[in-house]
Design a protein around this ligand. Structure first.
Ligand SMILES: Nc1nc2c(ncn2[C@@H]2O[C@H](COP(=O)(O)OP(=O)(O)O)[C@@H](O)[C@H]2O)c(=O)[nH]1
Ligand SMILES: [Mg+2]
Length: 218
């Protein structure tokens, strides 16, 4: 749980990071999250009702384990105002368009306008994502156009595919580190190396006990 430290009311202590995927319906938000979670790609339309979240543990570059909570929103107009309420507790956003669908790229302007009123754009990192780069034949938005747009707002930019998995992990890990590296003091994390050492110590004490080396949490 993320709590306010009682001794110092200003300091938030987080045991997880909250991220969100935003963008029009059908750009691939749900499949991108599923790919990051190691779930299978689906051609079927999985309709997200309003807002939903999923959780995954990741190991950071400093060998700490961080719980990541990812909010999946429905892009439909009727859910938009509801979807924005949760943004005050978000530490990073993947803003997604479908590179085969020009209208989803044009809509990014509108998403940014909405975000500017709802969250602290200086402290919450945003990555612009052009999804479906496996559909090269149907591409409508060039890599350069996406990159130029991202640079205008100082966002990082990735093209990705929820189908092949290209750049999905990389984009999420980049987003996590963009926030975490600047706000390390907010987080209470478990050190993975320490865990392994503890397990080894216990193993030496009692050689009959099986050691679980927790190197991987996916
Ligand atoms: N070829 C291809 N299709 C994708 C990709 N990502 C999503 N889709 C398809 O696009 C449709 C919408 O995906 P979904 O994840 O439900 O989009 P959402 O409405 O933004 O959550 C589905 O038919 C998916 O199979 C991708 O990277 N490549
Ligand atoms: Mg969805």
């Amino acid at each position: 749980m993320n709590v306010i430290n009682k001794n110092n009311q200003d300091k938030i202590k987080r045991t997880y990071i909250s991220l969100a995927t935003l963008g029009n319906s059908n750009v691939g938000k749900t499949n991108i999250i599923n790919n990051f979670l190691g779930l299978q790609f689906t051609d079927k339309n999985i309709s997200t009702i309003g807002i939903d979240f999923k959780i995954k543990n990741v190991i950071l570059e400093n060998n700490s384990k961080l719980k990541v909570k990812i909010w999946d929103t429905a892009g439909q107009e009727r859910f938009r105002s509801m979807a924005f309420n949760f943004l005050k507790n978000i530490q990073g956003i993947l803003l997604i368009y479908d590179l085969t669908d020009e209208s989803s790229f044009i809509s990014i302007d509108r998403w940014i306008n909405n975000l500017e009123n709802k969250l602290d754009m200086k402290n919450v990192p945003i990555i612009l994502v052009g999804n479906k780069n496996d559909k090269e034949d149907e591409r409508k938005i060039s890599y350069e156009k996406g990159l130029k747009y991202a640079q205008k707002y100082n966002f990082k930019f990735f093209e990705m595919s929820a189908k092949t998995g290209e750049n999905v992990n990389k984009a999420f890990l980049t987003l996590i580190h963009l926030y975490y590296d600047k706000n390390k003091e907010e987080f209470i994390l478990e050190n993975v190396k320490e865990n392994i050492k503890e397990d080894e110590k216990n193993n030496n004490k009692n050689s009959n006990k099986k050691v679980v080396k927790r190197k991987c949490f996916f």
